[in-house]
Design a protein around this ligand. Sequence first.
Ligand SMILES: [Ca+2]
Ligand SMILES: [Ca+2]
Length: 483
Amino acid sequence: MLRFWAMMGGAALLVAPIAAAASETPMAAPAQKQRLIVLSDIEADPDDTQSFTRLLLYASEIDLEGLIATTSVHMKTAIHPDSIRRILHAYGKVQPNLALHETGYPGADRLLALVRDGQPGYGMAMVGAGKDTAGSRLIIAALERTDPRPLWVTAWGGVNTLAQALYTIREMRSPAEAKRLITKLRVYTISDQDDSGAWIRRTFPDVFFIVSPGGYGAGTWTGINTLIDGADNTTISNTWLREHIQQGHGPLGAVYPDVAYGMEGDTPSWLSLIPNGLSVPDHPDWGGWGGRYEYYTPPIATVDPSGFSNVPIEPETRPIWTNAIDSYMPWQQREYGRAQTPSDRQIKDFRAGIWRWRDDFQNDFAARMMWTTEPFAHANHPPAVKLSTPERITVKSGQRFVLSAIDSTDPDGDSLSFQWFHYAEVGHWRTVIPNGIAANIHTVDFTAPKVTEPREAHFIVRVSDKGSPPLTRYARVIVTITP
Ligand SMILES: [Ca+2]
Ligand SMILES: [Ca+2]
């Protein structure tokens, strides 16, 4: 109880006694985790080191299966696996403290054993017979492992080590076996940082592939660090990073380098693998911390073809998961007896699918960095969202329906805030369905619009605690509306 009062800043709130029941044992790691192999051109830009620092704080929630040093168009003749090991050594110093907060953090030795050299040179010139590397062999071994889950490979630089793995699979396995392995792949590349991403898409038209091809000006990933005009950009400022990540937060925070070009341009490739109740990785069109993507063949005119890229930009040959436009109205904070509501200002942009969650995932990062040095009682932990209604319901046109997250809890006993909304870009009903009453309460009612054939609408509840920093988790309800 004392801890609870301290976390509330001693504010004179009337608190239900349930707060005293707050747990101080580590939270349980999620039962189902995504598998991830990272390809990184670490040292081409300090931001790969930033992305690794953040990723290791989620090593309890994502099964890391390979950390591979690669080249890219920005660093064509060198790879730096030792730079990955350096971050892992810093992680090793804080892993015991992280384990006070959540189960499932692997020891540094286990992660050090996953570091590999990828292709030592640039692009497709380094792919072919006799060019297997430790990195490409690790990818094949991971695909061949008996595991029903998909395997994510995210490229933070060039992707030719994956191209080599696919080349070898095509040459050395039967067509049926190759198809079986390739079906397990989920690829996300941060733009095209060598010429092998386009080759993979052309040569293996069935590979699940998320990318913003073309110039970096078309990159959805830029939503992580682009300044939003007229909005509050505090959580990506250098001051915020210094205060919440870099300084005074132990050895892992200390390895987080200053921003040189842009903060963590590679992070969106894996951010949606964090199980936060919002992201469903196999549905990039449903949206998540890493952005929202739709499946189509982007015309070359839409991919910033004359923008900065350094890799030849060619027309796409088949559908891929790529840029999708979100409309987002930032919620305004209103003091003195007024409910939080969306502002009048609408941001409609292909990067908004990342922007809209940015404060949430930045605060999550800051809280986990505190986990590296603080005991459980001195740090914040995210709420556990619990729906009181099913995850899928069917209603008729004109029917009123109620969605509730009233039974949500917080491991620290924190007070919770709620936001319910219809995610209008997702599903088959694109007109915003307003809520009947205030949206910032745990139980909200909506009225189904009139449809002429069955339509699906997605509703999200965003649940934030009032800890420091405030942490947010979500739940999604898919409503099928019938005539
Ligand atoms: Ca990179
Ligand atoms: Ca909390």
